[in-house]
Design a protein around this ligand. Structure first.
Ligand SMILES: Cc1cc2nc3c(=O)[nH]c(=O)nc-3n(C[C@H](O)[C@H](O)[C@H](O)COP(=O)(O)OP(=O)(O)OC[C@H]3O[C@@H](n4cnc5c(N)ncnc54)[C@H](O)[C@@H]3O)c2cc1C
Length: 617
């Protein structure tokens, strides 16, 4: 089905006055609020749910909100949990993974930049969302399940009470109130509950962003169309544009996200220590900034300024939350709770996590169950997940200008972004209490390793800054095994726990193997035959003993390199495995890496290589 721009694709129900009382009142009907309403109704159909949304009428297409790129947890949540798979496959862009282009030679020529991204569609489906289109579809689905969506309803006040909380809102110039057993704040950055209860925390990450939508889209692959070798890296021409593409330089990155309805979303995230907000906070300034830092992109945009549909910005976008779920029957979900950084598109993941925890607490409470222990666990897990994700970004923007270190940084995160908690969420286990108690330690190991590895990358950047030959980074078996883990069948808990343990072992070996590469910059690298503790790797030899670098259980550099075959090829392509990983190693290659996907798996998107509906070919 093709979606015409500006076309209203959803019938909106006539406004009925709200009831006096609901089981759940959701403040804000954006991505988090609407999906939560659907999840609640699907889990416990008799639950009465009202969504209070200040906007009136359907959302506009394309030039609406950011939050357009999804990765495995968020995509799983929207397709399998919320049940939007059919819509996503038919009307949104099925994406070709995340793709990164570190800086090179003044960013004049994309073919001279290192490239990290899949040459084919990954086996696990992810999507680019036209947010307006998606929210309209979600609203229609929520209504069909019996959710009461009140539009033009601006929440003014909440009062937390004993059995019933009270919400006061303004609708059609009149003040109205209702009561609810549960209140869930899904009001995004307006964060009504967070302000009231003073729940905001400074997460130590201060980044600004500005963006616009360019009508008609942009196939940036045309920049390199004359370079046969560059074009031949991909399984077919024309699919790079369906990745979430990242152009990177010191202190910044730029996103390029093609939308199904035609426009492309283009935005900059910049660390003000390198790029002051005043350089990007107006459209003409942003275009000037692009001219200086991303001239190839600027040249494409500047010829088409009349196609620019909007311009939006946000200052200092990251924040944390002290508590997201309460036994006093309130919760914060989506951006109303916390937001880290869109570099790996985790926003929708956190919508999935917070909505799933909230649904579990609400439905158990309504069924008369005691929820104290679960609420405590979910608060703790949410904070651990947030810190795990945050650790990739905090003080990492300087490293974005260092292609050499970024080869390790991006590869490490590629693996970590598909394993551990992501695996468990896509297997619907995060609310399986018994299972989580068995998995918690191993999941925590992945968090711990990741946080320490990002400290290593920052230290490495201080010691070594250099370009890398502009090739596409080769994949290797363990990297691929992380991806394949998301689409494997796990017949029982034991099989899933075994996969998690294998992932921890792989991550430990990868940490030591990357440390080996980083430590080459030191005058005296550690000995190759002495066991290294992967949780303590760092580049200050004076701290090695105190940090426990040589404490057991450790693995030697030789063992780590043998376990992570092909990793050295990240920095020296003569050491890369030719033609992708050998079948059967590390779980085997995903369909298509070494030879082409079987029918229906990992193949081209609907339309066999053609553009998604609505995108001009
Ligand atoms: C620069 C940037 C880029 C991003 N890119 C991505 C990305 O690529 N992928 C990703 O997953 N996430 C991304 N995010 C995060 C993304 O924005 C969120 O995941 C998503 O939009 C959050 O949805 P939400 O429902 O929590 O908030 P929103 O979508 O903002 O919804 C909040 C709703 O509450 C309503 N509301 C507000 N106040 C009131 C009130 N007083 N009364 C009633 N209603 C109210 C609003 O009208 C709105 O509809 C990005 C964020 C930023 C800052």
């Amino acid at each position: 089905m093709s979606i015409e721009r500006g076309q209203s694709i959803v019938e909106f129900a006539a406004v009925r006055p709200p009831q006096e009382h609901y089981d759940v009142a959701i403040l804000g009907g954006g991505l988090a609020g609407l999906t939560l309403a659907i999840q609640l109704k699907q889990t416990r159909p008799q639950t009465s749910v009202v969504v209070l949304e200040k906007r009136e009428g359907p959302a506009p297409l394309a030039a609406f909100k950011v939050g357009e790129s999804t990765v495995p947890s968020g995509a799983h949540y929207f397709t399998e949990v919320v049940g939007m798979k059919e819509h996503l496959l038919a009307e949104q862009v099925r994406k070709c993974g995340l793709r990164y282009f570190p800086t090179a030679n003044g960013n004049q020529d994309i073919t001279k930049r290192v490239e990290m991204g899949p040459p084919i569609y990954p086996p696990h489906d992810n999507f680019q969302l036209d947010r307006g289109l998606f929210e309209n579809k979600l609203a229609a689905r929520a209504r069909s399940l019996g959710v009461d969506i009140q539009q033009g309803a601006r929440v003014r006040e909440i009062e937390l009470g004993g059995e019933r909380h009270r919400v006061t809102f303004e609708q059609f110039d009149e003040e109205t109130a209702l009561t609810a057993r549960w209140i869930v704040d899904a009001a995004g950055r307006a964060s009504i509950m967070k302000r009231k209860l003073d729940l905001a925390t400074d997460c130590g990450h201060h980044i600004n962003s500005a963006w616009f939508r360019l009508g008609g889209g942009l196939d940036f692959e045309e920049w390199g169309a004359d370079d046969a070798e560059w074009m031949a890296r991909m399984s077919e021409p024309g699919i790079r544009r369906y990745s979430t593409n990242h152009l990177m330089g010191e202190g910044y990155w730029v996103w390029l996200i093609q939308l199904a309805t035609g426009p492309i979303s283009i935005g900059v995230c910049a660390d003000p220590r390198f790029h002051p907000y005043e350089e990007i906070n107006e459209l003409d300034r942003l275009l000037g900034w692009l001219r200086k830092h991303e001239p190839q992109l600027a040249a494409s945009v500047e010829q088409r300024q009349e196609d620019i549909e909007d311009f939006l910005r946000v200052r200092d976008f990251a924040y944390g939350v002290k508590q997201a779920f309460s036994t006093d029957r309130w919760a914060l979900v989506g951006e109303a709770a916390a937001f880290a950084d869109p570099f790996y598109s985790p926003g929708s993941d956190f919508i999935g996590y917070s909505n799933t925890f909230t649904t579990d607490l609400v439905t158990r409470d309504l069924d008369g169950e005691e929820i104290g222990e679960r609420a405590g666990y979910y608060n703790d897990l949410y904070q651990r997940l947030f810190e795990h994700v945050m650790s990739r970004y905090r003080d990492s923007y300087p490293v974005f200008g260092n292609p050499w270190v970024m080869c390790g940084f991006l590869t490490w995160d590629f693996y970590i972004n598909h394993v551990g908690a992501v695996l468990l969420f896509t297997q619907n286990r995060l609310t399986d209490f018994d299972f989580m108690q068995r998995a918690d330690e191993d999941m925590g190991r992945v968090f711990k390793l990741n946080i320490n590895m990002h400290k290593l990358f920052r230290e490495w950047h201080e010691l070594e800054r250099k370009p890398r030959v502009p090739e596409m980074l080769a994949t290797f078996p363990v990297l691929v095994s992380g991806l394949v883990g998301l689409v494997k069948d796990y017949p029982d808990d034991e099989a899933l726990l075994e996969e998690l343990r294998t992932q921890v072992r792989n991550a430990e070996a990868m940490a030591v193997a990357i440390f080996n590469q980083a430590a080459k910059v030191l005058p005296e690298p550690p000995p190759a035959d002495r066991p290294i503790n992967p949780y303590a790797v760092g580049l200050d030899p004076e701290k090695w003993e105190a940090d426990g670098l040589f404490e057991s259980p450790g693995i030697t550099i030789e063992q780590a390199r043998a376990a992570i075959v092909g990793l050295d090829g990240l920095w020296d392509s003569s050491l890369a495995l030719a033609g992708g990983p050998p079948p059967g190693v590390g779980g085997g290659p995903p369909p298509g890496i070494a030879g082409g996907p079987p029918p229906g798996v990992g193949g081209p998107p609907p339309g066999a290589g053609g553009p998604p509906p609505g995108v001009a070919g």
